[in-house]
Design a protein around this ligand. Structure first.
Ligand SMILES: [Zn+2]
Ligand SMILES: [Zn+2]
Length: 391
């Protein structure tokens, strides 16, 4: 499919969807406006539409006229709790919320592909399941979809998803077979000491000092207890305690994230973090509460599916626009789909210049809208090819 063969006005329409969704960001499981736009558009295009999947998710189904596999194409819809700093004319109108990861583009691109699929449905084999997923950012919308039985309900046999990526040039597609994105778990900690006067520390148990010891010591797990060949990260991202200069508070709370690629490393991190916490608390007479939440598994791409999608991308765009991506310590809840059905998750470059090269989750993050066409075309190509040609 060449650019010329895209329906007239399609890219303008995709850009308009993207800007509208960008201006109205919604957090995970609150994407009711976005879901409404998706649902209305899919109905208009003649899809069988299912609303309220995993609270705010939307699924659109289109049956082909010939036999073939049931193929799911997925876009995530949620924004982040972050103040936008781009000063674009379509910047967020919701204070403290922003599409800083590109999910606005994902929704718009899949709606663009949806139109191509609908207009050429007589060429379609199998069944296309368009999955507009809620709550990718930490809340596990994909997990809830899987738990609700969405894959079985629609008979999904193959799953494909993409992410716009600001560290890759516009229009370049990145693939990686096997492990691609890390597992992501979160930790919540409360250290309970004994409050008192800042001038009489001997009468208190200072949880701030214990927290400081913990934050420093926890990094020694990765440097001294995990095989250096195995990637692992623990980050304490929030620490809260105390109110003023001269009061030793009674407790401190902390939030953190843990990333890994190996199941054994992941389990060891959970156990060792608590061991360090127990050690520093015990040394000072403090106590603690520790919660380790197992969140997203490793996103691992099926080898045959990755080779297939990569070859399709090379045929569609030319080999010079296809690269091998590096492993990434970020995480993706597409992993819940990829655990159940043969799947491929890949990235589409959206960096055109300095303005569109900020990291994801940055207040100045923006995409080069020229990348949208690449996403539309690869999703449409998958819809027409995968039901009869995917391994
Ligand atoms: Zn993100
Ligand atoms: Zn994202």
């Amino acid at each position: 499919m060449t650019t010329a063969s895209l329906p007239a006005g399609l890219i303008d329409e995709v850009v308009a969807f993207r800007r509208d969704i960008h201006a109205h960001p919604e957090l995970g499981f609150e994407e009711s406006r976005t879901a409404g736009i998706v649902s209305a558009r899919l109905r208009e295009l003649g899809y069988e539409v299912h609303d309220g999947i995993a609270i705010t998710g939307v699924v659109g189904v289109m049956h082909g006229s010939r036999p073939g596999k049931t193929v799911m194409l997925r876009a995530d819809m949620d924004a982040l709790p972050l103040a936008e700093e781009t000063e674009r004319p379509f910047a967020s109108t919701s204070a403290g919320k922003m599409h800083a990861c590109g999910h606005d583009g994902h929704v718009a691109m899949l709606l663009g592909a949806a139109r191509i699929i609908a207009e050429r449905r007589d060429e379609l084999a199998g069944t296309i399941v368009l999955c507009f997923q809620p709550a990718e950012e930490g809340k596990g919308g994909a997990k809830l979809m899987v738990e609700e039985g969405m894959l079985e309900r629609f008979g999904v046999e193959r799953a494909y998803g993409l992410h716009l990526f600001s560290q890759l040039a516009t229009g370049v597609l990145g693939f990686r077979e096997g492990q691609f994105y890390a597992s992501s778990d979160s930790i919540e900690i409360r250290i309970d000491g004994f409050g008192g006067h800042g001038a009489a520390p001997h009468l208190s148990i200072d949880p701030i000092l214990v927290a400081a010891e913990f934050v420093a010591s926890v990094q020694k797990i990765v440097s001294r207890q995990i095989d250096p060949i195995e990637p692992a990260v623990v980050t304490i991202g929030a620490i809260h305690g105390g109110t003023t200069h001269n009061v030793i508070p009674s407790s401190v709370t902390m939030l953190g994230t843990v990333r890994a690629f190996d199941r054994g490393v992941r389990e060891k991190m959970a156990e060792r973090i608590e061991r360090v916490l127990a050690g520093v608390c015990s040394a000072s007479g403090a106590t603690y509460a520790f919660d380790y939440a197992w969140r997203y598994p490793v996103t691992s791409n099926d080898v045959a599916q990755t080779a297939y999608v990569r070859a399709l991308a090379e045929r569609t765009f030319g080999g010079e626009r296809v690269v091998t991506s590096e492993k990434h310590m970020g995480a993706e809840d597409f992993s819940f789909f990829a655990e159940r059905v043969p799947a491929c998750y890949f990235v589409v470059g959206s960096s055109g210049d300095a303005r569109t090269s900020f990291p994801h989750h940055h207040g100045k993050f923006d995409i080069d809208e020229d990348a949208l066409e690449t996403g539309v075309r690869i999703m449409a190509a998958l819809a027409f090819d995968a039901p009869h040609a995917a391994p």
